[in-house]
Design a protein around this ligand. Structure first.
Ligand SMILES: *[C@@H]1O[C@H](CO)[C@@H](O)[C@H](O)[C@H]1NC(C)=O
Ligand SMILES: *[C@@H]1O[C@H](CO)[C@@H](O)[C@H](O)[C@H]1NC(C)=O
Ligand SMILES: *[C@@H]1O[C@H](CO)[C@@H](O)[C@H](O)[C@H]1NC(C)=O
Length: 210
């Protein structure tokens, strides 16, 4: 990991540590959660805050590595807070994205929302067939989340929805988040962290150990 990214990651841990105390922990209705947004070249905070229906300041409050909101580092990740609830028996949040000319489910899922959702989820939660999305349609963008698992541990309350990327591994992510590998694996049973795609859920309390 580049040195710069490393220190940013550390700052994120620090911030989560600070914010953890304020974040509501799980209840039967849902919980607070974070989305790990991979910053692609061409994205910016105005765009990201719009598609997640939040404010730039709210995002910045979870990302102290950002000192200038016009300078976000492509290729790093951003924590975007959101509320995790129940959508059709799935723990998730439904964001609304207004279709523009050229919007496809693939572009929305894999670029705009940085693989926090999938074409399959877009197809499942929207009545429009992929090839006939009306202009200006308000589309459901469903991002899965976790409120923990009492069977694993009761100590973790804030979970990060984290899309895996090629080159990542269980040991790398565990060390980035300051968590035991076994704990991370227990929260994501059967998941091969080297698979390079798909979501994992990372407990946030480990950040306090840094
Ligand atoms: C922010 O990103 C969006 C999406 O890529 C783009 O359309 C918009 O022009 C960008 N705005 C600025 C000020 O760069
Ligand atoms: C999302 O995943 C696809 C396929 O794995 C990849 O091509 C794309 O670059 C990823 N999106 C971002 C923003 O990295
Ligand atoms: C989005 O989901 C809501 C239910 O959560 C549903 O009523 C609505 O029809 C969906 N929108 C589309 C475009 O399918």
């Amino acid at each position: 990991m580049p040195e710069k990214l490393k220190s940013n990651t550390f700052l994120v841990f620090l911030a989560l540590n600070i914010f953890y105390g304020e974040v509501k922990s799980q209840s039967s209705q849902g919980c607070e959660a974070l989305a790990s947004y991979y910053i692609w070249q061409g994205s910016n905070l105005t765009f990201i805050s719009t598609i997640f229906s939040t404010t730039i300041n709210n995002i910045i409050s979870y990302n102290p590595q950002i000192t200038d909101q016009d300078l976000i580092n492509f290729g790093t990740r951003l924590n975007v807070p959101f509320s995790c609830g129940v959508i059709n028996e799935l723990l998730a949040h439904q964001f609304i994205y207004q279709a523009r000319p050229g919007s496809t489910y693939q572009r929305i899922a894999e670029l705009y929302y940085s693989n926090l959702t999938t074409v399959e989820m877009m197809t499942r939660f929207n009545s429009y067939a992929p090839e006939s999305i009306p202009l200006d349609a308000l589309l459901n963008v469903t991002v899965s989340c976790s409120c923990g698992n009492r069977g694993v541990s009761r100590d973790y309350g804030l979970f990060v929805t984290y899309p895996l990327r090629p080159g990542e591994s269980l040991s790398g992510i565990a060390s980035d988040f300051g968590l035991p590998e076994s704990l991370l694996q227990d929260y994501n049973p059967g998941v091969d962290f080297r698979r390079g795609s798909g979501l994992v859920f990372i407990p946030g309390r480990g950040m306090q150990t840094i």
